[in-house]
Design a protein around this ligand. Structure first.
Ligand code: DGT
Ligand code: CA
Ligand code: ZN
Length: 578
């Protein structure tokens, strides 16, 4: 029997966590299972093998108890505790605990008192008004459950993974293959190379004269769990993280052709082929055929493909058929991570972050940033650890004191202020005026209708003390749709007020996205590229926002934090006249 994948093992731990919660276990135990599931899911190597080697406790959050459960599962294909809990609690009841407003206790009561054991049965019970009869539920709870069920139905159920998870696997594969003597060249292709938000599978292109050796090396990589359908053209594999991997192998003379083809996008390639046909050329992964002479041109390097077609080279991030093949296209100078001089959104232990002001400052300095705004959550965040107005005054002083102590980086006292449903902010103006940087974001009532949601954000944009709007649409890639805000109206307002719009670099946000960011820049709005780091290690997340910016065709001048703070500070909306 093949080893179970990491995602299979993680699913078992997650399920155990859910079931223990429903079973009334202490919180500590439930959290332990969830943390362990995360560690297993994110492990780049085979966790099954770690278990067999007696090394699984090296993973964070896995101790002897969990090791034993995993070992039992490997040996027998089952975990007794899981079997017992599954019998006690139907799967539909577990699903109910994930709806807003229903915790494990309420789910158990819905099951025990009304016999509800599926989401469909729950909907029927709400619609027929049976739930409101339960003590402590009522009409409002019923409406809330129905809204939760609707949202659940709309949730995108994609198996795509966010870019960082895909690139982590892809970069390990390419690095591993490049160590093989049989591999002349290895590059990431496909959507991962284009820097898209989420990836279906990883494509890797290798140049080699010895495909057999490459396939063998690929199968032996420690990130690869299994391979299938292998031949001289390549192989299909599955990473331990559950991500499919397509390996393609080609002779070095045609490496450029195959890399270009597999980088895509499909839309870009279709347009490219149409343009080539008009010149009597036929483009494919195998080369460029001249219809007149019958000769095929092979391209060892990708730029030759574009040159042979009489086209300017197109950076991979731009290959989406959004004008990059139009007559007169010349690749813009795209913004790079190294162009960023500061970061304007991060959290510390004062709100929901895990690093101190100093730890964040030192880490940002090590990344080469000249300034860092500390923007902890404001008063009404609602997740605990909020910063009351009094606490903000002390926090500002702490940031300024840290700024004195830490050499080589400028710390800005900022805040991520909530935009309340009516568009007002949860600090007074005289407090906001003391801050060096104010980013205003929506964190509650994300499902408002388009009109009030847009009015809400426009009011914040027009507030003279708001410097930037944080993660403007509130989307979470693969998990939560953008809010109904009219982004084009938001862009128009920001163009008028000079308010900056964020490209937030949290891997599952990347908000604004590439299309909206391009639209904003085209109308003169300047973007800020921020990490939204909640710990020192995630300050590097500006990288993902840079990729979105590049996909939006942005150059350094479109991004305000390519400026030094001395130049950026006076460009803030509050200094605008008129
Ligand atoms: P995804 O869905 O995240 O895997 O996105 P891609 O772009 O990596 O798509 P994938 O893996 O299906 O294919 C890799 C590339 O191969 C794609 O970007 C362009 C090329 N390709 C795939 N199918 C076609 C096709 O039907 N026509 C053309 N012209 N190119 C294709
Ligand atoms: Ca792909
Ligand atoms: Zn936020």
């Amino acid at each position: 029997m093949a080893d179970p994948t990491n995602s299979e093992l993680a699913a078992i731990l997650d399920e155990l966590g859910d079931l223990y919660e429903l079973d009334g276990a202490i919180v500590h135990r439930v959290v332990a299972y969830r943390n362990a599931a995360k560690a297993v899911r994110e492990a780049p190597v085979s966790v099954a093998r770690l278990v067999r080697d007696g090394r699984v406790t090296e993973l964070p959050g896995i101790g002897a108890t969990l090791e034993e459960k995993l070992a039992t599962y490997l040996a027998t294909g089952a975990v007794p505790a899981l079997e017992r809990l599954r019998t006690a609690h139907p799967a539909g009841v577990v699903a109910m605990t994930k709806l807003p407003g229903i915790g494990p206790r309420r789910a158990r009561r819905l099951h025990d008192e009304l016999g509800i054991d599926t989401l469909d049965a729950l909907r029927a019970a709400c619609e027929s008004g049976r739930v409101r009869g339960l003590a402590g539920f009522g009409e409002r709870a019923e409406a809330r459950i129905l809204a939760g069920l609707d949202a659940e139905d709309e949730r995108p159920r994609s198996v795509r993974v966010t870019l960082p998870a895909a690139l982590d696997v892809a970069e390990r594969i390419v690095a591993g293959l490049r160590r093989e003597p049989a591999v002349a060249r290895a590059e990431i292709a496909g959507s991962a190379r284009r820097g898209v938000d989420a990836v279906k599978d990883v494509d890797v292109v290798v140049a080699s004269e010895d495909p057999g050796a490459v396939v063998a090396a690929f199968a032996a990589l420690d990130v690869i769990a299994a391979t299938e359908a292998s031949g001289d053209g390549g192989a299909r594999g599955l990473a331990h993280t559950g991500l499919p991997v397509d390996l393609r192998i080609v002779a070095p003379e045609a490496f450029g052709n195959l890399l270009q083809h597999l980088t895509g996008s499909k839309e870009h390639n279709v347009r490219l082929r149409e343009m080539a046909v008009r010149r009597g050329l036929h483009v494919s992964e195998h080369g460029i055929l001249d219809d007149a002479t019958g000769e095929t041109t092979l391209c060892a390097d990708e730029p030759e493909v574009y040159a042979r077609l009489g086209l300017a080279y197109v950076p991979a991030e731009l290959r989406e058929d959004r004008g990059e093949l139009d007559a007169g296209f010349a690749a813009p100078a795209l913004v790079e991570l190294a162009d960023l001089r500061g970061d304007l959104h991060c959290h510390t232990v004062a709100s929901d972050g895990r690093g101190t002001i100093e730890e964040m400052a030192v880490a940002a300095r090590e990344l080469g940033r000249e300034y860092l705004a500390i923007t902890d959550h404001s008063a009404s965040h609602g997740f605990g650890n909020e910063v009351s107005p009094e606490a903000l005054v002390r926090h500002m002083a702490a940031v300024r004191a840290a700024d004195e102590r830490v050499e080589g980086i400028r710390l800005l006292a900022g805040s991520e202020v909530n935009i309340l449903p009516d568009g007002s902010l949860d600090y007074d103006d005289d407090l906001l005026a003391q801050l060096d940087w104010v980013v205003a974001s929506v964190h509650s009532s994300l499902r408002m209708e388009s009109e009030p949601m847009t009015a809400r954000l426009l009011r914040a944009v027009r507030h003279p003390l708001v410097d930037a709007i944080g993660h403007p649409t509130g989307r979470l890639i693969g998990r939560r749709r953008p809010s109904a805000v009219d982004v084009e109206a938001l862009i128009d307002a920001a163009a008028q007020t000079g308010t900056f719009l964020e490209i937030n670099g949290a891997p599952d946000r990347r908000d604004l996205d590439d299309v909206h960011a391009r639209s904003a820049a085209a109308r003169g709005v300047r973007l800020v590229i921020v990490s939204d780091a909640h710990r020192p290690a995630t300050l590097v997340n500006q990288r993902w926002a840079v990729l979105s910016a590049r996909r939006a065709w942005l150059g350094p001048a479109d991004v305000a934090n390519t400026l030094g703070w001395e130049a950026l500070e006076p460009a803030r909306p509050r200094h605008r006249v008129g």
